[in-house]
Ligand binder design. Sequence first.
Ligand SMILES: [Zn+2]
Length: 138
Amino acid sequence: MKEIKYPIYKFSLRWNQDDYQNNSVGCSIMYKEIPTKEKLNNDLEEYEYYEDEVWMLNWFNHITYNLFETDEEVERSFRNFIDRKMQINRKNGHGYTEHHHYNKDRPFYCFMGAEDEWRWKICRCDDCKRIGKITISH
Ligand SMILES: [Zn+2]
């Protein structure tokens, strides 16, 4: 099984309310190849490099461009990914179900349910096929 870690960038919006300061929503974008500065500036207003990884979190799903041959390979890759992130969370002192607030020094990787294997569903839609991506919803 051949896996590639793709460059992932994050961009976010922050705003303050009277009753709740420092609100933010974030989104990530995964590139097949390292993007040029021009490309990044063109795609996103503000961004920061996040990590190189096989899988990237979207809203209750994860995506990758890796072209695995079987569902077993997809699931094995995703399981390894979850294990990697769980180890990092544990190293950063985060428990399994605790409620997390943003902490720059001890970042927490949010799974959005992906840690429960019974939720996994590999998407087979034409959109995914057309752009050569694999999606696991959870
Ligand atoms: Zn799809």
